[in-house]
Design a protein around this ligand. Structure first.
Ligand SMILES: Cc1cc2nc3c(=O)[nH]c(=O)nc-3n(C[C@H](O)[C@H](O)[C@H](O)COP(=O)(O)O)c2cc1C
Length: 206
């Protein structure tokens, strides 16, 4: 599909068919693309938990304001951020030229170590970029998604057995839509959201 069309067609879909589901191998193909998302130092601060079990979806729905699409989707993807991704740098850089590795590994350690806020920011940034790739990749395959932060993070972390290194960044429903698309939600004018040179500059094209 032409990429601009993919962007136009993506909408948050809140109702899914339960008679037609996405297979594990189809999800695998999508995820092969998702992991091509960018991340700082290529640290890939993401982990995805693909929830297929109806029991687990039910539990998460209870922790997510009872939202129906949590349960009806094919997969509920918990997009998680790894706060300690920087510790994996030696593995990620294992095949890199030793002269580069010798410089980059200490740089990564110095950049992240003991910086809790930065570790969290980076986990959220990288996981969010991957989530966007997932949403576009899904539309490209005729599927739909809905990003969600309407859930209790502590309860969801417990259900998904997340450890101290991982935070739930967002949930994504993934499946075949049940109904035709709603009218597109309104967007702020470009001139209001794109400012030239500084925040106080003129709006683009104004
Ligand atoms: C970070 C984030 C959290 C969201 N949380 C929820 C949610 O909990 N439940 C829900 O139904 N939609 C949720 N949405 C979807 C938004 O309502 C939707 O993206 C927005 O209204 C724009 O509509 P569109 O995605 O169809 O273009 C969320 C979207 C984002 C980006």
């Amino acid at each position: 599909m032409e990429f601009s069309k993919t962007i136009q067609q993506r909408q948050s879909v809140k109702s899914y068919r339960t008679d037609k589901v996405i297979s594990d191998s189809d999800l695998d193909e999508l995820m092969q693309e998702v992991v091509l998302s960018p991340s700082s130092f290529n640290l890939q601060h993401w982990k995805f938990i693909a929830v297929k079990s109806n029991d687990t979806k039910k539990k998460i729905r209870e922790a997510a304001w009872g939202q129906e699409h949590v349960e009806s989707c094919s997969f509920l993807i918990a997009v998680c951020g790894n706060l300690n991704a920087f510790e994996d740098a030696p593995i990620i850089y294992q095949d890199v030229d030793p002269s580069i590795k010798g410089k980059v590994l200490p740089m990564i350690k110095g950049f992240y170590e003991n910086k809790k806020q930065l570790q969290r920011d980076e986990a959220i940034r990288s996981a969010s970029l991957a989530a966007m790739t997932l949403m576009f990749g899904a539309v490209n395959r005729g599927w739909d998604t809905c990003p969600m932060i309407g859930f209790d993070p502590e309860a969801v972390s417990q259900i998904l057995e997340l450890d101290e290194s991982h935070i739930p960044v967002m949930l994504l429903t993934l499946g075949y839509r049940k109904e035709n698309p709603r009218p597109r939600s309104p967007r702020r004018p470009i001139a209001e959201v794109v400012k030239m040179d500084t925040l106080n500059g003129p709006g683009l094209m104004s």
